[in-house]
Design a binder for this molecule. Structure first.
Ligand code: ZN
Length: 315
């Protein structure tokens, strides 16, 4: 119990400290706010928990990320769903992981002690991708974290202040602590579909759209097109995909209640199983009362070889 209270105190002290940083940086970088889509503004979870020792735009404008100091081995998580585009050792970044997200951002996690995700791997929001370390050009254990609105490039011309997209709500700031956090994982309960919606990616034409094979795979699994049949209503379609009428209308830019037979509507596929270490098609099928053959057919898989991080749809 004492330990629990101690942790809350540490957490609150950190929250106050980081809160102060927000107050100063949001003023300094107010002009760049407009570069961030409204729905991403302060909406995302933090990649790790620690003391922010350097902010974006320091070192004569040459610091393109934030530094979060934390003990070696502290958990580092992906701030949103995405696909690992690079996972390697660099002389400067040290052990580094790049992730392209469905929302059009690319994030960079540098100086890691251990890299916990491989190139091409699909990762989910809050999934562990490694631990804080002191590798590469670094003095002291910390996470150097960058956010790019589009793809990373050598000039880092697409970089934005991570504070613009990272939430200042405690449950989002401490997401990487996982279930041991005094805040639990309440952040998972929020309506993340808006923040993560692939539609945002399509709407933001000014931002270079990610087009890796993996990303297309993930994207096509998360939304599908349905053809309106006679007798269908917005309500009947929405409820068969666990959506609200409002979500369905937003996703399809429908302004009134009218839909016509043969109209095509995009719906969200919510029944996705992310393959875990140790899963087999048979074990997954058993969980959902199906057979491995059914799952293979529904997902158009030609073999029963599956990899952790892959997503499959359960019908
Ligand atoms: Zn840094």
């Amino acid at each position: 119990m004492v330990d629990f209270i101690k942790r809350i105190c540490i957490a609150l002290a950190l929250a106050t400290f980081i809160g102060l940083l927000f107050m100063t940086t949001t003023t300094t970088f107010a002009e760049t706010k407009t570069e961030v889509p409204e729905e991403l503004f302060e909406a995302l979870i933090w990649p790790t928990v620690g003391e922010v020792t350097d902010t974006y735009g320091t070192r004569g404008g040459k610091h393109y990320g934030i530094d979060v100091a934390a003990p070696e081995g502290t958990n580092v998580v992906s701030i949103a769903d995405g696909v690992v585009t690079r996972s390697y050792y660099s002389d400067t970044y040290g052990n580094v992981i790049f992730i392209e997200h469905l929302n059009g951002l690319e994030t960079v996690y540098a100086h890691l002690h251990v890299r916990g995700a491989e190139e091409g791997q699909a990762v989910t929001e809050g999934e562990s991708i490694g631990t804080v370390g002191n590798t590469g050009r670094s003095s002291g254990n910390h996470l150097h974290f960058e956010v790019h609105k589009g793809n990373w490039n050598i000039d880092k011309s697409e970089s934005i202040d991570p504070f613009l997209v990272l939430s200042n709500e405690p449950e989002f700031m401490f997401a990487s602590l996982g279930v041991d956090s005094p805040y639990g994982q309440d952040w998972k309960q929020r309506k993340s579909t808006f923040v993560m919606s692939p539609k945002i990616l399509e709407d933001r034409t000014e931002i270079k759209v990610v087009d890796s094979e993996e990303m297309r795979k993930v994207k096509s699994l998360e939304t599908i097109e349905v053809v309106v049949k006679s007798g269908d209503t917005l309500w009947s379609i929405a409820s068969s995909y666990n959506m609200t009428v409002e979500q369905l209308k937003n996703l399809n830019d429908i302004t009134d209640e009218r839909i016509n037979v043969d109209d095509k509507l995009v719906v969200e596929q919510t029944n996705i199983h992310i393959i875990q270490q140790g899963d087999t098609l048979t074990s997954i099928a058993a969980q959902y009362g199906q057979t491995a053959a059914e799952i293979m057919k529904q997902n158009q898989l030609d073999s029963d070889v599956i990899f952790p991080g892959e997503k499959i749809v359960i019908f």
